[in-house]
Design a binder for this molecule. Structure first.
Ligand code: GFB
Length: 323
């Protein structure tokens, strides 16, 4: 049984900030069964980087609970090449939503971070206590610093104003609704696109960035959304909580699995001029487990669902655009 007091979402107005993104979309799907009223901010009129627009919208929408899933996100290349956007946009979005949430009296707010907030060479699996104990991975330090600032913001508002603001750190996420643009995306959607294209064109090889030796932990986004809803209901503390799958794989094995799911039988070429990023980041999930939550979807099943979604929604759109 969870030891923390239960917060109910039933009959509440719940704002999913970032509802068009990977995580926000999954949260909207998951919240359908919670008996709450989901509210979303129209992107055309509410730019979360502008404090006035955020506060005006929140005063009108009157959310009681907020999942802050809006963020500037991307894979290793986007992080490395657009550092200013990754630090500025994330600092602004978090600061504005946190401050406006305090002003309008939001009952509960969840900030979402990432496993890249931990030191590059953190002990594995990474416990929550590893935060701020060492140097960050250079390719995503800008994003990590912004997300660490978000954690501290939430903690400061808890201490000074008594706000029930919590922070959750998901590991690398993937699933339906992901970004499949090769220059912006994370590794799972990138490899799905590459394997699919290589299969269609019967290419002899497909290109994979880095050495393939580094390890990553992947959590299916619908599991992540389920964990977030669970923690919103069962967790209320200044400390952060990890949300992960509990196992990791070398990129080389991920490539093999994706090729199997997609049906590409050619060879793999590793482009070692591309960065590997952090050597390993598998998080310690024992805190979430002790609160009563675990991930359910095995990696292969999650990749199959993601590939189906890509074929139905992205690849078919591209074919229509060309026709
Ligand atoms: O998912 P990813 O871009 O981000 O890359 P990180 C993970 C690993 O996959 C790296 C390799 O070693 C990449 O070099 N990789 C191989 C590829 N082929 C590809 C490819 O075609 N595309 C991509 N993108 N990678 C991100 C952070 O780090 O993780 C973010 O930059 C965030 O800030 C996110 O924290 C969760 O896992 O290295």
């Amino acid at each position: 049984m969870p030891s923390t007091p239960r917060y109910t979402l039933r009959n509440k107005r719940v704002w999913v900030a970032g509802h068009r993104g990977l995580v926000g979309g999954a949260l909207v799907r998951r919240l359908q069964s919670e008996g709450c009223e989901i509210v979303v901010a129209p992107r055309e009129s509410v730019d979360l980087r502008h404090p006035d627009q955020v506060e005006r919208w929140m005063r009108e929408a009157k959310p009681q609970a907020v999942f802050l899933a809006a963020a500037r996100v991307g894979g290793i290349y986007a992080n490395d090449t657009r550092p200013a956007e990754f630090i500025y946009d994330n600092l602004m979005i978090q600061t504005n939503v946190v401050e406006a949430s305090r002003r309008v009296g939001v009952e509960k707010l969840m900030l979402l971070g990432s496993s890249c907030i931990y030191p590059r060479l953190a002990p594995q699996p990474i416990p929550e206590a590893a935060l701020l104990t060492g140097a960050l991975e250079p390719t995503n330090q800008w994003y990590a610093v912004a997300k660490i600032a978000g954690i501290k913001l939430g903690q400061a508002y808890r201490r000074q104003y008594g706000c029930d603001f919590i922070s959750v750190m998901p590991t690398n996420l993937y699933g339906p609704g992901d970004n499949f643009d090769l220059m912006q995306s994370h590794v799972v959607p990138a490899l799905i696109v590459k394997a699919h294209q290589a299969k269609l064109t019967q290419a002899p090889t497909m290109e994979v960035w880095g050495t393939g030796a580094v390890r990553r932990e992947f959590l299916f986004v619908d599991d992540a959304a389920d964990g977030m809803v669970y923690l919103m209901q069962h967790f209320s503390d200044e400390g952060i909580v990890n949300l992960g799958q509990g196992s990791d794989v070398p990129i080389r094995d991920l490539v093999e699995l994706i090729c199997k799911v997609v049906g590409y039988k050619g060879g793999i070429r590793f482009d070692t001029s591309r960065p590997d990023g952090t050597p390993r980041k598998m998080i310690d999930t024992s805190l979430a487990a002790s609160l009563g939550w675990r991930a359910r979807t095995p990696l292969q099943a999650g990749l199959e669902e993601t590939y189906r979604w890509y074929v139905d929604n992205v690849a078919s759109e591209k074919r229509r655009a060309v026709a």
